[in-house]
Write a protein that binds this ligand. Structure first.
Ligand code: NAD
Length: 438
């Protein structure tokens, strides 16, 4: 394919070198004449393993050249990759000036081009930027329409400086956010030689995945550093701890616990985090990331309460009371907090939780239920029909299979507040459906 690459920094140079190395015909575009000259002389403008060799070979083979002329590059290409910088402004917002300039330049060039062309944004931009800023600029300057005369994709880059070529060739996935199917097809065709699954989605999801990834990487580093600081204080080798910790790919290094939803609770997480933080205080250790967790969790629990308050309806059915489905453990369940808060505000509640109902009769939690939360226990019912008759609002707090089946098969005009994404199991969620963080 014929590819124009705008911005010959780290991302642009590595993309240009690797794509040209795979046999695509690549033209790099940069406003910096020194970078253009360097590439045309067969050398790399950046210091990065293998890039110098790849550029020398690609330029010698006639697959790679550079220019300062945007129009010439676009006219000769099927796809333009936008790889210019998106630095921070002083207040932390994104400086889109380079992206906007490139969008205008590509748009002006597209005005003189008849053949279909796709603009793929590799620079990191906040969700909504491509649809809200880049496409309008491209349409305004070209007089053409996205999805009709030209295509648009988000194609975030996941390379790390220092191992950029290896990362480019074997990324975790090739992510393509597409404005339409045809745009995505064209960009996907470029990556046929890359050994990675291709994930195709919409523009803002792809833009967001890039930010989630970097925020998570930053969180992991900070988390590990705080654990390291704690370990050092108490005389334990942090690297040995994290080595063993990372061996658990079921719960620790895995998709577990990465599903947005309601607050955590139960008999272990809140208690153990409190103990760790208490010990850190005794050691005069400041661990701001770990210290922020209880507060964030409280806010999430409160968000669930506020969602109910906002409905303006007083008769509420709570589906699930224990801290997660499949257990009767009510200790520090955020659903107990939600229930007690609503009760305190005079709400008229009925509660369904098959595990807790069973425990009320026999289980080890019988005493807890009778003595600590008798006010809640008396609101419980084993009949989902009774809840449905009573309630104007249903709060789904657990992924109880019986609840999913029941809600799926029932005609209802209740407001459903979903804290666990049970909506996916329902057939048509309707305008009365409200997810806590989706
Ligand atoms: N560096 C990384 O490791 C990395 C990894 C993934 C994503 N990203 C993202 O990719 C984007 C580029 O990052 P980078 O580190 O390669 O940037 P960079 O600052 O190294 O390079 C940007 C290049 O764009 C050029 N440029 C500016 N305006 C131009 C224009 N109108 N036409 C052509 N070229 C122009 C500049 O001269 C410069 O050479 C950023 O959004 C960044 O957040 C970077």
């Amino acid at each position: 394919m014929r590819i124009a690459i705008f911005g010959l920094g780290y991302v642009g140079c590595v993309s240009a070198a690797c794509l040209a190395g795979e046999g695509h015909r690549v033209v790099g575009v940069d406003v910096n004449p020194l970078k253009v000259e360097t590439i045309n002389a067969g050398r790399s403008p950046i210091i990065e393993a293998q890039v110098d060799d790849l550029i020398r070979q690609a330029v010698a083979a006639g697959n790679l050249r550079a220019t300062a002329d945007a129009t010439e590059a676009v006219l000769d290409a099927d796809v333009s990759f936008v790889c210019v910088g998106t630095p921070s402004n002083e207040n932390g917002s994104l400086d889109l000036r380079y992206i906007r300039n490139v969008a205008r330049e590509i748009g002006q060039a597209l005005a003189g081009r008849d053949a279909y062309h796709v603009v793929a944004v590799r620079s990191t931009v906040l969700p909504g930027t491509i649809a809200g800023e880049i496409i309008p600029l491209l349409e305004e300057t070209s007089g053409c329409r996205a999805g009709v005369d030209f295509g648009v994709c988000s194609n975030p880059e996941f390379l790390r400086e220092g191992s950029a070529v290896a990362d480019f060739r074997r990324p975790p996935f090739t992510l393509i956010g597409q404005w339409d199917e045809r745009s995505g097809d064209q960009v996907a065709a470029i990556y046929e030689g890359v050994d990675a699954p291709v994930v195709r989605t919409d523009l803002p999801t792809a833009e967001m995945v890039k930010y989630v990834s970097n925020a998570f990487h930053a969180l992991k580093i900070t988390f590990a550093n705080e654990i390291g600081n704690f370990c050092k204080k108490v005389g334990i080798d942090s690297h040995e701890v994290m080595r063993i910790f990372s061996m658990d790919t079921k719960l620790n290094i895995s998709p577990a616990y990465l599903k947005p939803g309601f607050a955590f609770g139960g008999s272990c997480l809140p208690k153990d985090l409190r103990a760790l933080l208490h010990r850190a205080r005794q050691e005069d250790l400041d661990l701001p990331v770990l210290q922020a967790i209880p507060r964030s969790n409280e806010l999430q629990a409160r968000l669930g309460v506020e969602m109910v308050l906002r409905t303006g309806k007083k008769r509420v059915g709570i589906l699930g009371l224990s801290f997660k489905a499949g257990t009767d453990d009510l200790r520090e369940s955020p659903l107990v907090y939600l229930t007690e808060t609503l009760l305190g505000k005079g709400y008229d509640l009925k509660i369904y939780d098959e595990n807790v109902s069973l425990a009320r009769l026999t289980g080890a939690n019988k005493r807890y239920i009778e003595q600590v939360i008798p006010h809640i226990s008396s609101l419980m019912t084993t009949s989902l029909e009774e809840i449905l008759d009573h309630a104007q609002v249903l709060v789904v707090g657990n992924r109880l299979p019986a609840v999913a089946r029941f809600l799926d098969g029932t005609d209802r005009d209740h407001i459903v507040i979903d804290l666990v994404r049970i909506g996916e199991a329902l057939d048509g969620t309707g305008e009365n459906y409200r997810g806590i963080c989706w």
